[in-house]
Write a new protein. Sequence first.
Length: 303
Amino acid sequence: MADSQSNARLRADAGAPTSGVIHVRTRLTADFTVVSNALAQRRGSAVTVGVAVYILSLPTGAPVTIAALCAHFSEGEILISRALRELEAAGYLERRRERTPSGQVRTRTYFYDVPGGDGPDGPPEPPTPPLPRPRERPRGRSVVLETASPLREVAPAPGPGPDETESPVPALADADPKAVAVLTTLRRVDPRLVLSGREAARLAPAVAEWLAAGVGAHEITELLTARLPDRFRARPASILAFRLRETPLPVPPRAPLPLTVERPAVLPFQTCDGCERAFRAQEPGHCRSCRDHLVGERLRAVG
């Protein structure tokens, strides 16, 4: 570096500036990262510089997906994805789809401490397949980072992501828009529940079944976000898929009772032929008292 490093503190009579920053430097022998001034003093977003320095400090193979970066930084998905796009446009970040000897297509992320290396022609061409992981680059020094999933907003060209074979994947445009809306709003409740378009398309049919069963969007959100673990050992989409698969659908509600209930027919009033009392019957005749009296007289006459 241009400035000499010294453990001695500056004295007031050593010509220290009266304004601005005064560096108190410590010579580091471990746990430090070399960052070029062009990157550290880059004009623009401080989030972009912070993301770049953080990626440079990571070991080879560390995940640098948007979800992984959002879990480390307090900024949200929009700012992180914007920073990755700026780094890609400036030549610091590069994504490649490479085929492994087993036939799978993996997405690898390369991060350069100096954009374009030492030559004027920019980054060298990708290594010839089927090399699974390039170890060295002919120009400059680069950090090879193997991502667990593709950087969604960074990749300009569609294609299968890491650890995925070229199998048909449901399109987000064909999914139920109401189910997709429920899935995309989960991150408002828990910022860790960030889903890619591919993951939302896979979960949308299960959410659509819940909506068709009469479960509201608010109840589905509570089911998917309640009592989540402090740390995820898998992608958030895997946890949501497990909850949708293992939770039984609610029993459909019973059919409502009819509003009108048929009442029994009311018999008309009749006048008793014996006592002339009013009673209800289908035809004229005697009331119950008179009928009982007549039956008793007949029995006595027979006896």
